[in-house]
Structure formats: C-alpha cells, structure tokens
Design a protein around this ligand. Structure first.
Ligand code: FPP
Length: 244
C-alpha cells in the first residue's frame, strides 16, 4: 500500500514482537467477564497487524497463547481458542486479500495438543500463504520459548544420532535454524503494553538484542498512534549489539 497519509520512519525494525497483555484487566475495569477483553484484544490484533504491514514492518509476531496459559480457567481457555478458531476461518477465507498484500502467515508453538480442526486450518493457511514473501505474520499459540529451544535441541540431537551432523559442527546458527522462526530475522523490538516489564517466555533466543518498549495502555486500547510512538522511540535508540 502506498499511502501518503501513512507516517514515514528513517529506521524500521525488521521484526516486531507484540505481547498482547492486559485484556483481562481491560474487561475487569468495565465490570465485564475476562473473555470480553480477549474479544476486544483480537480486534486490536487485526487492526495493528494490518497497520504494521501498511507502514512497512516486514515481520511481526503476536503472542496469543503461551504454554503456561492452560492454567487459566477452562472457560477462558475455550474463549481464546474459539477466537483463534474464528480468526483461522477468516484468514482461510481471505486468502486472496493476503495474497495481494504478500502476507505469509505462520504459527509458532507446539501444535500437538491443539484441536485437530485448528491444526488442519493452520497447516493449510501456512501452506497456501507460504509462496508470499513480502510480510511475515507469526501467531504464537501454545508457544513457550523454552519449549521452542528444547524442540530445536531435540531436532539437532536426532540429526547427530542419525549421523548427518557432527556435534562439533553445531553452532548458534544451527540452533537458530531449528527454531520455529527458522529463516526469519531476529527480533528488533518487543512491544508490551499494560505496564508489565517481563518477557514471559517469549522468544528468549530471538530477543538477544531486541529493544523493549512498554506502556501502561491495555492491549484492547493499543492504537496505531501507540505503535507509531514505539517506532519513533526505536528510531532514537542507539543499538550497539555489544560493541561501543
Ligand atoms: C494476555 O492478557 C492475553 C492473552 C493470554 C490472550 C491473548 C489473546 C488474544 C488477544 C486473542 C487471540 C486471538 C487471535 C485472533 C490471535 P491477560 O489476559 O493476561 O490480561 P491481564 O494481565 O490483564 O489479566
């Protein structure tokens, strides 16, 4: 999209991670059940994902459900899963639009214990959108960074056992290439609204040099202007990657 009304940035992060936090509090503040906050949060996800692609972010990850989130009440887990299912159906139906925008959708996390209908849709969406390379949109679902790194280690171990890889040839790149994000840039910027300053098991490996931006706004209220503010702040950061 070439729109003069969109802001321009001197430097844009290649990969932005969004920790979509604060849905529960948003609902509680309004005397509503927590799941209503997730409904609003899913709307924000759609608006922000589209806007981020329009302003030129080439890779983004939305943290939707962590490996620890199963500990929440069953009704809340079901509500989040149903929102995700709805979104999958919508993304499948909107494949022409995704194709036009060049969006490759992928899902990060352990799919083994997700419902079969969701797994099938996730595989289909990834396969169909996989030919497109302009923008990568990752949704992290049943995702935990420690699980991801463990999974990478297991895959590498299998290769060593079968003799296709020697232990001495294992490098940082080998680990990177066996993560769910293989082939994608490292995170440059993590955005966490709702006043929390934690990574919460989100992309620990990929975030090695990421900038962190947080604000008190709750995710359902997170706006395009908030994203602009985070990106303006990112432009000003002096990233040294361990150098001087
Ligand atoms: C964290 O806020 C949010 C979640 C655990 C769920 C996020 C899920 C969505 C936004 C919907 C996912 C759907 C799609 C389509 C990707 P919280 O509940 O921990 O908030 P709190 O800290 O205020 O309790």
């Amino acid at each position: 999209m070439d729109d003069n009304s969109l802001p321009k940035f001197d430097v844009l992060p290649q990969h932005v991670g969004f920790i979509m936090d604060g849905n529960g509090r948003w609902a509680q503040q309004r005397g509503l059940p927590r799941y209503k906050g997730h409904i609003e949060g899913a709307k924000t996800f759609r608006v922000i994902g589209e806007y981020a692609a329009d302003i030129g972010i080439k890779c983004m990850t939305f943290y939707a459900f962590s490996t620890e989130n199963w500990r929440r009440p069953k009704e809340e887990v079901n509500a989040i899963m149903n929102l995700f299912r709805e979104y999958l159906k919508e993304a499948d139906e909107r494949k022409a639009e995704n194709e036009e925008k060049g969006i490759h959708m992928t899902f990060l996390g352990d799919r083994s214990n997700l419902p079969m209908d969701m797994k099938m849709l996730m595989n289909k969406i990834e396969r169909v959108s996989g030919k497109q390379h302009k923008v990568i949109v990752n949704i992290a679902i049943n995702y935990g960074s420690r699980e991801e790194i463990t999974h990478s280690a297991r895959e590498i171990a299998k290769k060593v056992k079968s003799g296709v890889l020697s232990p001495d040839d294992i490098t940082e790149e080998t680990v990177t290439n066996h993560l769910y994000t293989a082939g994608q840039p490292d995170l440059d910027l993590i955005i966490r609204p709702s006043g929390e300053h934690r990574l919460s098991n989100f992309m620990l490996w990929q975030a090695a040099y990421a900038e962190f931006w947080s604000s008190n706004v709750l995710w359902p209220d997170f706006s395009k202007e908030d994203l602009n503010e985070a990106l303006r702040e990112f432009e000003k950061r002096n990233r040294r990657f361990g150098g001087v």
